[in-house]
Design a protein around this ligand. Structure first.
Ligand code: NAD
Ligand code: MG
Length: 395
């Protein structure tokens, strides 16, 4: 029986993964090794009982007694904190879902690869912060990384059986997020609730706001570069409001392969879960007789400065990705807390990249987790300061 772990089981990707596992037979179909969450103890315990996991882990150490109580009598072990996550990631598993949000997802993913597991990667931040380290670790341990981000799953499927040398360009589609039709001058005043009103689907809070600012797409551009080994100039972004084409690959003979389907993350999660086979999945089928139109437009870089910043990050490469991601996470925290405006987020990230460049060489690649986390930590300190300046200017 296949041994499976899900990191970030209580989140949006985690819930969809759990749904597919239960539909496939739950504990009769999989041996569940570890499930992890953060503060949602009741849900974590419920999932662990349903899948008869070996261990459930909460990232919050103060909640370990609550998790133990929720698992009482089940025989499922409880653990907590970074040490608990690391221990769970080191348990032998065949397939590991990496669906923690943010840079916190890097450590368990790296450990799973060191133990030879196939890593289904939803946590794009891992590749942005530490692409070369993650890929080298996978190669060293003959472990495989499968994309779960819908765009990257689409690209991966378009590339199946193709010669990578024949790839001319990769075209990432973007919904444009909640504020895509707002006038540019109003964007500075957008609230958290307005940024959370995603036009096409529901996801975790952080990625939903990142969709509105297109920081999510900026991360995905870097993710594409790392995952598929293409040059930055081969990656394009196009806004496609209907979100039915999940991404495209253009080949040197002029052909373009597009991946279409309903927008339901269970497609890309299910593809990674069943790869290299295709299993029946409970996703809606497209009815072309009812599809009115597919539309496209180029993103405006004044509206989405994140798309400009990610180009500078790719040109620098090295730890610039870790700095970019950490600064983005801090800026997002400050926006969610109401301290800085929507457009200040890209300002904070830009300030942080320039502040950190005087402390360390952004172009030097980090090849250990410690080096990545040191750059992440420094960027967080600088980003807090940059956000504080913008906050005080608003008052
Ligand atoms: P979410 O906020 O719904 O869930 C995040 C999960 O991570 C939860 O289980 C939470 O308990 C856990 N978590 C949060 N902080 C943690 C920490 N510090 N340490 C350990 N665990 C922690 O997020 P999501 O929308 O499911 O996204 C998860 C990842 O998948 C992100 O990297 C996101 O970019 C990516 N992704 C999500 C979607 C989507 O449709 N939701 C699509 C593509 C990619
Ligand atoms: Mg995506």
């Amino acid at each position: 029986m296949r041994r499976i772990s899900v990191f970030g089981a209580t989140g949006s990707i985690g819930a969809n993964t759990f749904d597919l596992m239960m539909r496939a037979g739950g504990p009769a179909a999989f041996h569940t090794v570890a499930l992890t969450g953060d503060r949602n103890i009741a849900r974590l315990a419920e999932m662990a009982r349903a899948l008869r996991a070996e261990v459930a882990v909460t990232a919050d150490e103060t909640l370990l007694p609550a998790l133990r109580a929720a698992l009482a009598g089940s025989g499922i072990a409880a653990a907590a904190g970074k040490a608990g996550l690391a221990e769970a990631a080191a348990r032998p598993a065949d397939w590991v879902m990496s669906a923690i949000v943010g840079a916190a997802g890097l450590m368990p993913g790296l450990i799973a690869l060191q133990h030879g597991a196939t890593l289904a990667l939803a946590n794009k931040e891992s590749l942005v912060c530490a692409g070369p380290l993650l890929l080298a670790t996978a190669a060293q341990h003959k472990a495989r990384i499968l994309p779960v981000d819908s765009e990257h799953s689409a690209i991966f499927q378009c590339l199946a059986g193709e010669d990578s040398a024949a790839v001319e360009r990769i075209i990432l589609t973007a919904s444009g997020g909640a504020l895509r039709d707002w006038p540019l001058e109003k964007l500075a005043h957008a609230t958290v609730d307005q940024a959370l009103a995603h036009p096409n689907w529901e996801m975790g809070k952080r990625i939903t706001i990142d969709s509105a600012s297109m920081f999510n797409k900026a991360l995905e551009v870097i993710e594409t570069r790392e995952f598929f080994g293409v040059a930055p100039e081969q990656i394009e972004v196009v806004i496609h409001p209907e979100s039915l084409i999940h991404s495209m690959v253009g080949f040197r003979d002029g052909a373009i392969m597009a991946h279409l389907g309903a927008h339901d993350m269970r497609h890309s999660i299910g593809y990674a879960l069943n790869w290299p086979a295709r299993a029946a999945l409970p996703v809606d089928r497209l009815d072309f007789s009812k599809l009115a139109q597919l539309t496209f437009r180029a993103p405006d870089l004044d509206r989405y400065p994140a798309l400009r910043l990610c180009r500078a990050v790719m040109a620098t490469h090295g730890v610039a990705g870790a700095v970019f991601n950490a600064a983005k996470e801090v800026a997002l925290d400050h926006f969610i807390a109401g301290q800085i405006g929507f457009m200040d987020m890209s300002g904070v990230v830009e300030d942080t990249l320039s502040l950190v460049s005087s402390d360390l060489s952004l172009g030097k690649a980090a090849m250990t987790l410690e080096e990545v986390m040191a750059a992440d930590h420094l960027a967080r300190v600088r980003a807090h300061a940059a956000a504080g300046i913008r906050h005080s200017r608003r008052e």
